[in-house]
Design a protein around this ligand. Structure first.
Ligand SMILES: CC(=O)SCCNC(=O)CCNC(=O)[C@H](O)C(C)(C)COP(=O)(O)OP(=O)(O)OC[C@H]1O[C@@H](n2cnc3c(N)ncnc32)[C@H](O)[C@@H]1OP(=O)(O)O
Ligand SMILES: O=C([O-])CC(=O)C(=O)O
Length: 418
């Protein structure tokens, strides 16, 4: 395809993806024609080629390395999926045992890093504590940051996978003023995290198999989602050759916003608001449709899914199942279900193809498990970690990678003088 502008021209090559979709390669556009592409929110822009995750937003399909999310969530553990995303294949039994052992061996935090939490205010949001501590973690491994050294990258990968859940649990303990526990490496990844989070010093912590399985599934469902805002942040920061901890810590900040991962916390606030106002679901939906300042249907809508988010379908089924298994009756689940029903039948949402996204039902499950609302997005971050790591590593190995540096259309004053 030839594009001409102002007497100059360029050949725009059309590149094929493995799903039959295509993209125009505009990499020589500016050099050949002086034009740039303007694309607010990158709605029409592919920033890279990737072989990690596939999404068909019209059909509601999500696959990690080719495997449907439904199969992975049903049959695999979070560490299986982390291995799949990071190394490209599901592990054999021996590979999983080796991977699991390595992760268990690296769970301990340096004592000084435990004390790092002393410097944070008690009411610090756990997401801020998490990103700060992950950033601080990088100061302990200065000698292993070289992104081109495969062994070092692998060491950092395992360290981050092992230590981030511990940091997450400490962020929670800090916010409720309880003593930190040491990791128990006789436990699986998820069991260890649950004990660190909910266990109390000098008291036995009894694992609840319903919670373990529910959390495994939720973490798997959050493990990757191709070029979402936080993963794109990890890639952008990593494109400067910044280290893995620095890149992931930036990703955690990006995830915290209520338009992205922070929506799971915002959904619960919305459901509570509806309950406490006594106004009912229909009235709330009317306010959303009127686009009242600050009123949105949180947990609804998605840049890519113009059909039901396949993760939301699984999380919804899980919510009903887990609450029943835990013997929890939560009126907020009824409000969420009614809200979904009313919205899906409404033309405003139909015309705009707005469906529940992954964040809509997760909070109800986390709440039933005993997590405070401010921990919801932290749980998302633990789940998303393998995806961030996989993208960072893929980018580092890709010979096409360049420093991320968008352009702009300058609309300020032309030259002027004082
Ligand atoms: C893990 C995740 O990150 S999943 C997403 C989590 N975020 C949320 O749940 C927050 C609520 N949802 C949203 O804010 C948006 O749907 C986003 C940020 C997820 C996607 O945004 P975009 O792709 O830029 O969609 P955009 O904002 O252009 O929406 C298109 C139309 O639908 C409307 N719309 C989109 N989402 C919603 C919503 N949740 N409630 C009400 N209206 C909505 C917009 O107002 C817009 O309407 P208009 O055409 O009349 O102006
Ligand atoms: O893909 C997106 O834009 C947001 C999302 O659902 C995710 O990161 O899980």
């Amino acid at each position: 395809m030839t594009l001409q502008h102002d007497g100059r021209s360029t050949e725009l090559q059309v590149l094929e993806a493995s799903d039959g979709r295509s993209a125009i390669d505009v990499s020589k556009l500016t050099r050949d024609t002086g034009l740039t592409a303007l694309d607010y929110g990158f709605v029409n822009t592919s920033a890279t080629r990737s072989s990690i995750t596939y999404i068909d937003g019209d059909e509601g399909i999500l696959r990690y390395r080719g495997y449907p999310i439904e199969e992975l969530a049903e049959q695999k553990t979070f560490l299986d999926v982390a291995h799949l995303l990071i190394y490209g294949e599901l592990p054999s039994e021996d590979e999983l045992a080796g991977f699991d052992q390595r992760v268990r061996r690296h769970t301990l935090l340096h004592e000084d890093l435990r004390r790092f939490f002393d410097a944070l205010p008690r009411d610090a949001h756990p997401m801020s504590a998490l990103s700060s501590a992950v950033s601080a973690l990088s100061t302990y491994y200065e000698h292993d940051h070289d992104p081109r050294d495969a062994d070092k990258v692998d060491k950092q990968t395992i360290r981050l996978l092992a230590k981030m859940p511990v940091i997450a649990a400490y962020a929670h303990k800090k916010s409720i003023g309880q003593a930190f526990l040491y990791p128990d490496n006789s436990l699986s990844f998820v069991e260890n995290y649950l004990k660190l989070n909910f266990g109390i010093q000098a008291e036995e912590y009894i694992q609840n198999p319903v919670m373990v399985r529910a959390l495994e599934r939720l973490l798997i469902l959050h493990a990757d989602h191709e070029q979402n805002a936080s993963t794109s942040t990890v890639r952008l920061v990593g494109s400067t050759d910044a280290n893995l901890f620095a890149s992931v810590s930036a990703g955690i900040h990006a995830l915290s916003g209520p338009l992205h991962g922070g929506a799971n916390e915002a959904v619960l606030a919305m459901l509570r608001g509806i309950r406490d106002s006594g106004d009912g679901v229909e009235r709330f939906v009317e306010r959303v449709k009127r686009k009242e300042q600050g009123v949105k249907l949180m947990g609804f809508g998605h840049r890519v899914y113009k059909n039901y988010d396949p993760r939301a379908k699984l999380v919804k089924a899980s919510a009903e199942e887990v609450l029943a298994q835990l013997g929890v009756r939560d009126p907020l689940l009824d409000i969420a279900q009614e809200l979904e029903q009313v919205a899906l039948a409404d033309d405003y949402f139909k015309e705009r193809k707005l469906y529940p996204n992954v964040d809509f039902y997760t909070g109800v499950i986390y709440k039933a498990m005993g997590f405070p609302e401010r921990m919801f997005t932290v749980l998302f971050a633990i789940g998303r970690l393998p995806g961030w790591i996989a993208h960072w590593r893929e980018m580092m190995l890709d010979p096409q990678t360049k420093i991320g540096r968008p352009q702009q259309l300058y609309v300020g004053p032309t030259e002027r003088h004082i």
